[in-house]
Design a protein around this ligand. Structure first.
Ligand SMILES: Cc1cc2nc3c(=O)[nH]c(=O)nc-3n(C[C@H](O)[C@H](O)[C@H](O)COP(=O)(O)OP(=O)(O)OC[C@H]3O[C@@H](n4cnc5c(N)ncnc54)[C@H](O)[C@@H]3O)c2cc1C
Ligand code: FES
Length: 278
């Protein structure tokens, strides 16, 4: 069992941060890697990225959006409760090398994943520029943490309630198309699939290498079941063991969006049943 030692609600309760005692995982996990957890004996296995680790306390922190049955149940746990199973670290570790200027673009709970990845690129000596976006101000997370990490941070909201009015792609455009643009060596985009697709379409035009963190449905997360397959450069790749980070210009986002919607009806039904059962 993995005890929860901290819990906070973020973004008007739409997102939850929990810190769990898991010293062995904390020792090994690298930025961008994830865990698969099962809340209780009958729970489904869900993948979540580790946002922070604290070696001195042997803890990992995950930040997740409450979106369906399992995340709602996980979000309802309190400090002192425990998670039944936690497997990790999973996923390929990135090579964090010095490239120059890295622009990190995050949306929704993707900002937590982005923050951990940017820590890796920052430690390698890169200049970091962050662009974070949300529908409205109250749904933004980790603004202060991103401000502390990045040399420059641009905040955008769809409704203009805070920061720049527009989408993350508008902010990227202002960076690239200003009079004295600084060369960008890498863009990292983490967020909803439609956001990552839009960023990749844009950076392809600018010819800037772009890394994305994919979130296909995962079941075993060991490369055996094939649930997480994605098409990258015309080849089938398993995101759990070969990802979740891929060259965004090679990803077939339309196929992935379609695959992720496959169980939409069942997921809604399952959530409704769990609410009624309470
Ligand atoms: C490598 C990886 C890292 C992730 N990291 C984070 C994170 O840090 N924070 C966060 O908020 N979310 C993260 N996700 C997404 C998270 O796993 C899903 O939101 C969660 O599984 C939803 O479960 P649910 O029962 O609450 O919702 P459901 O109602 O079951 O599903 C809601 C949506 O979540 C997706 N989903 C459902 N089951 C799975 C599954 N087993 N595996 C993957 N996606 C699923 C589907 O696209 C679905 O549309 C990550 C996904 C992957 C693959
Ligand atoms: S989740 Fe089963 S192969 Fe990746």
């Amino acid at each position: 069992m993995y005890p929860i030692i901290d819990r906070q609600e973020l973004a008007k309760g739409n997102m939850v941060l929990i810190t769990v005692e898991a010293p062995q995982i904390a020792r090994k996990i690298k930025p961008g890697q994830f865990v698969v957890l099962r809340i209780n004996e009958t729970g489904e296995r869900i993948p979540l990225t580790v946002a922070y680790k604290d070696l001195s306390h042997g803890t990992i922190t995950i930040i997740f959006m409450v979106i369906g049955k399992s995340t709602a149940l996980l979000g309802s746990l309190k400090v002192g409760d425990a998670i039944k199973d936690l497997v990790g670290p999973l996923g390929v570790t990135e090579e964090f090398t010095k490239l120059g200027t890295v622009v990190g673009i995050g949306g929704g709970s993707g900002i937590a994943v982005l923050h951990h990845l940017l820590q890796g690129y920052g430690a390698a000596g890169n200049k970091l520029v962050g662009i974070i976006g949300a529908r409205e101000r109250d749904l933004l997370i980790l603004e202060d943490e991103m401000k502390n990490l990045c040399q420059q941070l641009i905040v955008v909201t769809d409704d203009g309630s805070y920061g720049m009015h527009g989408l993350v792609t508008d902010a990227l455009k202002t960076l690239v198309e200003r009079d004295d643009p600084e060369p960008i060596d890498l863009v990292i985009a983490v967020g909803p699939l439609v956001m990552m697709r839009a960023v990749c379409q844009q950076t392809k035009l600018y010819n800037i290498k772009t890394l994305v963190s994919l979130n296909p449905v995962m079941v075993d997360a060991t490369g055996m079941c094939g649930a997480c397959r994605v098409s990258v450069g015309g080849k089938t790749r398993f995101a759990c063991v070969e990802g979740p980070h891929f060259d965004g210009h090679q990803v077939d986002f339309d196929e992935l969006i379609q695959r992720n919607n496959t169980y939409g009806r069942d997921e809604k039904t399952s959530l409704l049943f769990s609410i009624r059962a309470k």
